[in-house]
Design a protein around this ligand. Structure first.
Ligand code: C2E
Ligand code: MG
Ligand code: MG
Ligand code: MG
Length: 286
């Protein structure tokens, strides 16, 4: 009987795995279709200066609205795009679209674009970036590339050279999700980041969770200051979190408190009605 159960469990499990693989294959095919037929779009989330409460930039975030499944999170489809190689084309589309959108904003406002480690490993990335900037007539310093610590997994001469080439193009570089990966301090020394983004897991609820998160944020801020880098606290939702982040000295804040990711038309509406001034949600005069 034990043997029979074992087989039964095995058969059940393998048919589940088959469904998963089939599901992924279908998603991959649909994603290809979405890229070819305008099924992807970008939304933008404001990044706000703590000192001035001005919007200094918007982060471009990719959305896929699937005809049958509805909105699919980038945390679901980006890994599929990375495994299948589709990320190269998708990433290029994101760069071009974000640069074109940002070209319609005031010069004081940057656009931040997430770059996958797979794109980062492609020697033509600097050429693609220059082409996106030129195509949109956007100056390089208005584009910030967000890179995660995982690019350092193959920490070698190629990684160093890519940082140098991107700096040479004139774009800004941000280290995304800091604190969630290896957080080795060695590469902060040699990689030319302009900004460290403190992962939302340290920020959210930090006001109630107390000392440990705030101690970590504080030490990241002083490290960044010593290296002349900005800091953005990600994922601030409440006034308490905002107050705490400011007390801890983060130079910038990004989170639902200042706005959820929104379509570019809404960015333009806000710029037209509020200028570059940001306001915590719930206190906006209308
Ligand atoms: P990320 O780059 O760290 O982006 C920040 C994520 O935090 C976004 O999720 C944003 O919507 C969310 N967020 C911001 N403020 C708050 C807040 O106050 N509360 C909560 N609960 N969430 C907040 P999103 O848009 O789902 O993106 C998830 C991840 O997918 C991104 O994390 C990034 O790693 C990846 N991603 C998104 N767009 C792209 C893209 O164009 N290319 C690549 N390679 N990755 C992308
Ligand atoms: Mg990001
Ligand atoms: Mg992040
Ligand atoms: Mg993330």
């Amino acid at each position: 009987a034990a043997k029979g159960d074992g087989r039964g469990v095995y058969r059940f499990y393998s048919s589940e795995m088959h469904a998963d693989a089939e599901d992924r294959r279908q998603l991959e095919e649909d994603l290809r279709g979405a890229l070819a037929n305008d099924g992807l779009h970008l939304v933008y989330q404001p990044v706000v200066s703590s000192a001035t409460e001005q919007v200094t930039g918007y982060e471009a975030l990719l959305r896929w609205s699937h005809p049958k499944r509805g909105l699919i999170s980038p945390t679901v489809f980006i890994p599929i795009a990375e495994e299948t190689g589709l990320i190269s084309q998708i990433g290029e589309w994101v760069l071009r679209t974000a640069c074109r959108d940002a070209a319609r904003w005031p010069d004081s406002i940057r656009v931040a674009v997430n770059v996958s480690p797979i794109q980062f490993a492609n020697p033509s990335l600097p050429t693609i970036v220059m082409s996106a900037l030129a195509g949109a007539r956007l100056s390089a310093e208005r584009l910030e590339l967000e890179i995660t610590e995982s690019v350092f997994l193959n920490d070698d001469a190629d990684t160093d050279a890519m940082f140098a080439r991107l700096k040479g193009v004139g774009v800004r570089l941000a280290l995304d999700d800091f604190g969630t990966g290896y957080s080795s301090l060695g590469y902060l020394k040699k990689a030319p980041f302009d900004k460290i983004k403190i992962d939302q897991s340290f920020v959210r609820g930090a006001a109630i969770k107390g000392n440990r998160n705030s101690a970590i944020i504080k030490s990241i801020v002083s490290l960044a200051e010593a290296l002349s880098m900005d800091t953005t606290a990600e994922g601030a939702e409440t006034h308490d979190e905002l107050d705490m982040i400011r007390q801890l000295g983060c130079s910038h804040v990004q989170g639902y408190i200042y706005g959820k990711p929104m379509p570019v038309a809404e960015v333009i509406d806000r710029l037209n009605s509020n200028g570059t001034r940001a306001q915590p949600e719930g206190f906006r005069s209308s």
